[in-house]
Ligand binder design. Sequence first.
Ligand SMILES: C=C(O[C@H]1C=CC=C(C(=O)O)[C@@H]1O)C(=O)O
Length: 427
Amino acid sequence: MIATSTSQPTPSVTTEQGAITATPLSPGTVEWYRARGERWLREHATVTWERPSRGLQVFGLGTATRRIGARGEGLREARAAIEELLAGLWESPAGAPAPMVFLSASFDPGNPLRDPAWDAFGGWQVLLPAITIVRRGEAWSGVACAGDFPAGPAEETAPLEEQTGANLGSAIAEAVGEIRAGQYQKVVLAGSRVVPVGPAAPADILARLVAAFPTTCIFSIRAGGWTWLGASPEPLAGVQDGRLELVSLAGSRRRGRDAAEDAALEAELLASEKERWEHRLVVEAIRQEVGELAEGLEIPGAPTVMKLANIQHLYTPIAGRLAPGASLLDVVERLHPTPAVGGWPRDAALDAIRRLERMDRGWYAGPVGWVDPSGNGEFVVGLRTALVGGGRARLYAGAGIVADSTPAGELEEIETKLDALRGVINR
Ligand SMILES: C=C(O[C@H]1C=CC=C(C(=O)O)[C@@H]1O)C(=O)O
């Protein structure tokens, strides 16, 4: 049992005929949770979702329902489970916060390699917390769904080992050869690295990610003694009252050591035909895949630059309205994996990733997000992520390979991306 004060309020919730009733928490109960502070909330949460630049924080405590799919299953099966759950979820009364159902799935259920470190997470998970505390700007609210709270104790975890994947430099060189031979146009190849976790707990790592990367989505999901966490700069799709928001993010340079070098790197990124091509493939895939699910898609003609603490990316925000009958989950299923994490054409790129990477990405680069019973929600791509457990963390990062890529250049880019988490985990 997690340690809580005996005065912890117990919200009254009911479950009827398999349907889950979502009950708004009283202001006093919300205040009780708010007063525990961010560290307590992050430490006790089964799931967290934070968008500092939007003033959004979500802490999901305990579990009302958690469905875990077998390894080898993915987004398609997760989708069936979440739709079934949403259909049986009774919406809160008007004006009350909506319950949020979280969904995350592995990158490639078709990859036969299985890293046991991901066993606790399965191929996908659909999770409805027992209690969800939400801060939007200065307003705090909460909703309770029948379930078990507090969460059970963390289980012991086996030590994380390095994966014996391919030599990444050789894999990149091979991919360049295949691209030049016309087998496909782009593939994203990734590597992983195990680092010791300093004295910090996942809650402290999350606080550091929030401070270092306030424009990203900082999230965490616990399973057994493991925490999967990250600071993703890449929204996959979001829907609010029918408005659809998408992003193309691909093409990178590190940040400069001073303003002049930073501006020079930004100019180089914007002028690079190679990076522009890598980026354009993502924009075109979004146009092609989402076209019939959206109305009035606005796609800027040229990318701008998104700057993060350690890296800068070509960035194109895309917006429109969901077409009648289409849902956020339709869009997510159609988009995953975008060429920003898979490649293009999709099937040939996935085949190349399986052959050349020779590792299990687990949930790295998979979709992670939430949806509520009215169809609002948001998903990001599980990038800049780490699997943390047993005093170690496994970090993942990749880079888009196109015909003009060089192993040295792409390996340097992958190291820069790994730094995003390495810098906050191991200290
Ligand atoms: C695959 C990753 O980044 C993607 C997102 C932004 C820029 C990327 C790039 O320039 O290669 C990648 O497409 C990763 O962070 O592991």
